[in-house]
Design a protein around this ligand. Structure first.
Ligand SMILES: [Zn+2]
Length: 184
């Protein structure tokens, strides 16, 4: 069977977007504990964070940043890294806890949400267009894989509690996204 070119292009794009999540084992030697609490999927909420730490620009820098973030969370007595996914300045989507695991990123909302953190501080600057695109791709993948409801709500962390996270500039950007909601 010969497929028309536009269809082939579409298929390869879809394949790319699936391949785009960098698996946890690429940056962390410690496998996830099988005892981590799970969430009922699809969840209804995406909560966006920034890590308020130094940005990373290469896969190597981002891997180090991820290890440091996880270490910081373990020191705060989290079970593991607190976020489900992280967006690197290299434009890649990094698996933290991944889908289906309850994060530790937004008290009262952890069991209903996927927590996504942009690595860096976005109070005064925006994430790069590649980072923003990576987050949108992740949301598409989450809906495609039935981990996120089709009519999901998207909020910034500061909409769930008093915090500067995910930074003023990033929040202003998120307000323009199709499923951003004023309340979680
Ligand atoms: Zn946050």
């Amino acid at each position: 069977m010969k497929l028309p070119l536009p269809l082939l292009l579409l298929l390869s794009l879809a394949g790319l977007s699936l391949a785009q999540i960098v698996p946890r084992q690429s940056w962390c030697r410690q496998p996830l504990s099988p005892r981590l609490p799970r969430v009922a999927v699809p969840v209804r909420l995406i909560v966006i964070h920034h890590t308020a730490s130094a940005p990373c620009y290469t896969p190597q820098q981002c891997q180090q940043a991820l290890q440091q973030i996880r270490m910081g969370h373990l020191l705060r007595k989290f079970r593991d890294i607190g976020y489900n996914f992280l967006i690197g300045g290299d434009g890649r989507i990094y698996e933290g806890l991944g889908f289906g695991i309850r994060g530790e990123h937004a008290p009262h909302y952890n069991s209903q949400s996927i927590g996504v953190a942009f690595i860096g501080n976005y109070q005064r600057a925006l994430p790069s267009p590649q980072m923003l695109q990576a987050a949108r791709t992740l949301i598409t993948i989450a809906v495609q894989r039935r981990q996120l409801q089709r009519n999901y709500a998207l909020v910034g962390h500061c909409q769930t509690k008093a915090t500067a996270c995910p930074g003023r500039q990033l929040l202003d950007e998120l307000r323009k996204w199709p499923r951003w909601q004023p309340k979680p």
